[in-house]
Design a protein around this ligand. Structure first.
Ligand SMILES: Nc1ncnc2c1ncn2[C@@H]1O[C@H](COP(=O)(O)OP(=O)(O)OP(=O)(O)O)[C@@H](O)[C@H]1O
Length: 626
């Protein structure tokens, strides 16, 4: 697939300062041909990652200009199905083996019943011997290769990689770039950003696209760069790395301007194979009519429109003839054939329920293998339950301890709220990055992911909450009644699900650093409203009263008190001469909740839970769209 972009700009809007925004990419043009390995280079902050994100579709807002595929304005949905994006960070599903990760990718990406190519790909990429190693135990280079292998499962014709060599040593870097070159030689378009490669590495690339200050200062064959620089009076010293030299010359803004003007901000392509550099910009060459088709006999035919296009095809054949098998592969990978296949299939090769079940199984396996987290959660719940139980041990029937019972109800609700909000706030930002990558690369859609995420956590969460509630209930000595006990556990679980929803909503939108501060802060208003709502509910205007009733902590506490002291609870023992609150009804009246219904409070909490989980879903959609 040949990619082209014309007069591309990308503007980022500051979240804090208002204004026209910062233009990161400034009207650049360029084209990336299939069968080529292309390096986007430039000094730090030049806009390399931004350009890659824009061309790949990973970023979609704040963009102007034209994006074309095989010369035609591209259909974003269709293009996404034909390309994949490999992020700089090695985002791999933890706690799965290499083979399991590959098999999951194959299940998502291939139609049901299709033979999984996992073994062949692992063999080709030298990962077969590590197929039983967990993904988090792989070395940096192996992780990078696995990230590529996962996307190779459905053999997309376009690969985008953001700094694939970052964090790798020299030997592994060369191996990685050679692998990418091999992928390109098989007919794919492989575009990656890279930071000042060594001279030997630079030579491995077919094309260099150099950016400085958001503008293109060179586009063309890597071996044509030094002659081009010389032609504009910037002579690269002998034995100097050309990749270093071009970055060095960008220190001067005059050089940037000169080079940008020479290359027409990317409209010109410099080729070493041309004796004469084309005098006209490439975008006037009508390259769009140069594409491959497959007729009914399966033969690949090259359709040409003009002489300039013939050159491109000759160059392509020259490369692909170098090995017989690769030329065969390039036929198989004919971009048009790919487009034909993609047009007939929907966005995902699997249905909602298939995606849901694959995700659910994957999540359950990961949860069950995360022994450390399971132990920490279990110990936390049991220890806290025992501590609460010891604080209020056997006092449930003591009429003089009524206010301590109230404190216990408030304490239990706060325990569930804070325990459940912090885990997703800490874990979710990283998970969102990984899920965004998989979603962007067309593995699955958001609804089945979200459904699986919600369901997968329930068994462990509900079990631990039940354990906590049981220990507290019996240690404190609340009179046992089946309904009371079940409702007691239900309230704990509902409060924990609301808090988890709030934590997920925060974690999906904010980074860990911000989330840590926002998490507890998000609970605070509910807590404040709860306290305020108890003391002054009868003294404040109706509207304020309604707002306060939306505090899920207040609902939880009220429901908890109604459960502990309701359901026909008998009078408590009184060791003093007079116990004002020995009769539970007196306490409920004093708290102004004698007419409240435990079911109504639970209903409000369930509504809040649905609302926050919907907010979380919308937060994820927002993150994935930007
Ligand atoms: N969301 C954003 N908000 C504000 N500025 C941004 C945003 N995204 C990118 N930028 C700015 O755009 C410029 C280009 O960023 P980009 O990450 O594309 O550069 P880069 O060439 O990839 O840099 P590096 O090699 O250091 O990763 C930088 O000055 C960066 O600060």
């Amino acid at each position: 697939m040949d990619l082209e972009f014309r007069n591309l700009t990308y503007t980022v809007q500051s979240r804090i300062a208002r204004g026209p925004g910062k233009q990161v990419i400034k009207g650049v043009s360029g084209r990336f041909m299939s069968g080529q390995l292309i390096a986007i280079m430039g000094p730090s902050g030049a806009g390399k990652s931004s350009l890659l994100n824009v061309i790949s579709g990973y970023k979609s807002g704040g963009i102007t200009g034209e994006l074309l595929v095989n010369g035609q304005t591209r259909d974003e949905q269709q293009f996404k199905r034909s390309s994949c994006y490999i992020t700089q960070e090695d985002l791999l599903q933890p706690l799965l083996t290499v083979r399991e990760a590959m098999d999951v990718a194959a299940k998502f990406k291939l139609p049901k019943g299709a033979k999984s190519p996992s073994e062949d790909i692992l063999q080709q990429l030298g990962l077969l011997e590590h197929q039983n190693t967990k993904t988090d135990q792989l070395s940096g280079g192996q992780k990078k290769r696995l990230a590529i292998a996962l996307e190779l499962v459905n053999n997309p014709p376009v690969f985008f990689l953001d700094e694939p060599t970052s964090g790798l040593d020299n030997v592994t870097t060369v191996q990685c770039i050679k692998l990418l070159k091999q992928l390109a030689r098989q007919g794919r378009t492989v575009v990656c950003t890279i930071h000042q490669p060594a001279a030997s590495l630079f030579e491995l690339f077919d094309q260099a696209y150099i950016l400085a200050d958001g503008r293109c200062i060179y586009q063309g064959d890597t071996d044509a760069m030094v002659p081009h620089l010389q032609s504009v009076g910037l002579t690269c010293p002998r034995h100097h790395n050309p990749a270093d030299f071009i970055i060095e010359v960008t220190e001067s803004s005059q050089n940037i301007q000169l080079l940008c003007d020479e290359i027409l901000n990317g409209k010109m392509y410099k080729s070493a194979k041309f004796d004469t550099v084309p005098s006209e910009p490439i975008n006037n060459m009508h390259l769009k009519v140069c594409y491959q088709t497959e007729d009914e006999s399966g033969e690949t035919e090259i359709v040409l429109s003009n002489e300039k296009c013939t050159y491109q095809v000759k160059q392509y054949n020259e490369v692909s003839n170098s090995t017989t098998s690769l030329s065969q592969m390039s036929r198989d990978d004919s971009s048009l054939a790919w487009m034909k296949i993609q047009k007939t299939t929907c966005r995902y090769p699997t249905t909602f329920f298939q995606q849901f079940s694959i995700l659910l199984v994957r999540m359950m396996v990961q949860i069950s293998r995360n022994r450390q987290a399971l132990w920490i959660q279990t110990v936390h719940h049991v220890m806290c339950a025992i501590l609460v139980g010891l604080c209020f041990f056997g006092t449930a029937n003591d009429g003089t301890q009524m206010f301590n019972h109230l404190k216990m109800c408030v304490g239990l609700v706060i325990f569930f709220a804070y325990t459940q909000i912090m885990v997703p706030v800490l874990v979710y930002p990283q998970e969102v990055k990984l899920v965004k990558k998989e979603h962007f690369n067309g593995w699955y859609s958001l609804p089945p992911y979200y459904a699986a995420l919600t369901v997968s956590k329930l068994p462990v969460q509900l079990t631990l909450n039940m354990v906590f509630c049981t220990i507290v209930f019996f240690m404190v000595g609340v009179p046992f009644d089946v309904t009371r006990f079940i409702v007691f556990c239900v309230i704990g679980n509902v409060v924990s699900l609301v808090s988890e929803g709030i934590g997920m909503a925060i974690g999906s939108v904010f980074s860990v650093r911000n989330g840590c501060a926002i998490g507890p802060a998000a609970i605070a208003p509910f807590l404040g409203l709860a306290i305020y709502g108890f003391d002054f509910a009868h003294k404040i205007p109706l509207i304020m009263n309604i707002i306060m009733k939306t505090s899920f902590i207040r609902c939880g506490v009220v429901a908890m008190i109604l459960t502990v002291f309701g359901f026909g609870r008998k009078s408590l023992d009184c060791k003093d001469m007079y116990c004002h609150f020995a009769k539970p009804d007196v306490l409920l009246k004093y708290l102004d909740i004698e007419n409240s219904s435990v079911w109504f409070e639970i209903l409000i909490m369930v509504s809040i839970m649905v609302a926050v989980r919907f907010l979380c879903y919308m937060g994820l959609r927002y993150r994935f769209a930007t």
